[in-house]
Write a protein that binds this ligand. Sequence first.
Ligand SMILES: NC(=O)c1ccc[n+]([C@@H]2O[C@H](COP(=O)([O-])OP(=O)(O)OC[C@H]3O[C@@H](n4cnc5c(N)ncnc54)[C@H](OP(=O)(O)O)[C@@H]3O)[C@@H](O)[C@H]2O)c1
Length: 216
Amino acid sequence: MSDLFGVAGKRVLITGGAQGLGNMIAERLLCAGAEVIITSRKLEASQEAAMALQAHGKCIGLQADLSTADGAVALADQIKALGEPLHVLINNAGKVWGAPLESFPDKAWPDIMSINVQTPFTLTHELLPLLSASATTGDPARIINMGSLVGHVVEKRPAFSYAASKAAIHHLTRILAAHLAASKITVNAIAPGYFSTRMTASMRCRPGRQAARNRT
Ligand SMILES: NC(=O)c1ccc[n+]([C@@H]2O[C@H](COP(=O)([O-])OP(=O)(O)OC[C@H]3O[C@@H](n4cnc5c(N)ncnc54)[C@H](OP(=O)(O)O)[C@@H]3O)[C@@H](O)[C@H]2O)c1
């Protein structure tokens, strides 16, 4: 029972792990004994972040643009080419678009739905053989999708496509969990509240927001 939640020796892919929440997750998993692969759109950024994370364990950085399904397939090909097992896929990379309803642009939909919903699906699809190969009844492979509280509750921030994409990834998670249970792969979603990252920088700049935060 003591290692029920142990990750020592597991190989974990975290999309977008060069910064933000993905980077925080990478650090904690490395400290717990996992090997981690992180990605960034910029090879240099992923390699620099991986070098810093190496202080905690074995970490490598890959380049991946996950704004299209082709980009997700290309990342899966890089992972397969490493020739190592894969135990955990964390679909963390994501994007937000905020604008008032009156001026919310059409182009804010395809981008956001692609990286927040379609890419996790495509990566799951492409990496299934690797994940299946490392899965056992007692120790299933894991897929973790990054959702959000705003996929559950209505909040005032006008991020229409983002909130819809997070609700979509929550439901896609349920569907994939049902489909993949028989393959010994669990699929779960995390729905974080607010974290101070680059994604939430614009929220911190809103008048009154910082004062309100300082009061808490
Ligand atoms: N911060 C919060 O309060 C919060 C709350 C709920 C959920 N989340 C979710 O947590 C996840 C991480 O967000 P974060 O807060 O850590 O924001 P962040 O610091 O802006 O990180 C976003 C990550 O996504 C990657 N990314 C963005 N566009 C990409 C693309 N086209 N191709 C490949 N990678 C791309 C970025 O990689 P590069 O820039 O290095 O290429 C970066 O690592 C997201 O799914 C977000 O929706 C965050």
